[in-house]
Design a binder for this molecule. Structure first.
Ligand SMILES: CC(C)(COP(=O)(O)OP(=O)(O)OC[C@H]1O[C@@H](n2cnc3c(N)ncnc32)[C@H](O)[C@@H]1OP(=O)(O)O)[C@@H](O)C(=O)NCCC(=O)NCCS
Length: 162
């Protein structure tokens, strides 16, 4: 099995990053739901990586983008984290490598916190975040209405940087 590598994402990665979201969205683990507007998402990633106060990383298997992580300001001093890895590249340390790269970058900014939302039944992601020092700060109760009409709760998790 090929080793996985992490590097900062640039504008040329935007299309492949959007394709990862399109591949993962049908599982229901993400906020994004099918059909994913790949062009709009790629445009968003291109804008994100051009910002000085945001950053993205890609997970590579050989030269293929198999995962991504983004950090973008949510409110002053708080960076929101989002991540996804295609099914075939999970469980091999890639999630941890992405989170570690992002936290190292965040520590060099003036941000005081990184936060995220995760479905309460996403044990793998919650385990990853907890191992990286994130703690549960709260629950959004039946907050998100999904395309099928169901209401989903989300856990608020965050890691202080100060
Ligand atoms: C969540 C996700 C990014 C994790 O990436 P991954 O490559 O599977 O995780 P890693 O192999 O790096 O494992 C990192 C840590 O996660 C935890 N973990 C991994 N698999 C786990 C499982 N099945 N159950 C609980 N914790 C698990 C462990 O703490 C692990 O650390 P350790 O190996 O040092 O013990 C990935 O599974 C994914 O993209 N899932 C679908 C999309 C998603 O859920 N995104 C997050 C939405 S909030």
């Amino acid at each position: 099995m090929e080793a996985l590598a992490v590097r900062r994402a640039g504008p040329d990665d935007a299309g492949a990053m959007a394709a990862v979201i399109e591949a993962v969205a049908p599982e229901g683990t993400l906020g994004a739901e099918p059909p994913v507007d790949v062009d709009a998402r790629a445009h968003g990633y291109r804008e994100l990586v051009a910002r000085e106060d945001a950053a993205a990383w890609v997970l590579l298997e050989r030269s293929d983008v198999v995962g991504l992580l983004t950090l973008a300001p949510r409110t002053r001093g708080v960076l929101g984290l989002a991540t996804a890895i295609v099914a075939g590249a999970r469980g091999r340390g890639g999630g941890r490598a992405l989170v570690d790269a992002a936290l190292a970058w965040a520590a060099d900014t003036d941000a005081h916190k990184v936060d995220l939302e995760v479905w309460p039944d996403n044990g793998r992601a919650i385990g990853l975040y907890a191992a990286a020092g994130f703690v549960v700060e709260g629950l959004r109760d039946r907050h998100y209405r999904r395309a099928d009409g169901t209401l989903r709760s989300s856990l608020l998790m965050a890691r202080r940087l100060d």
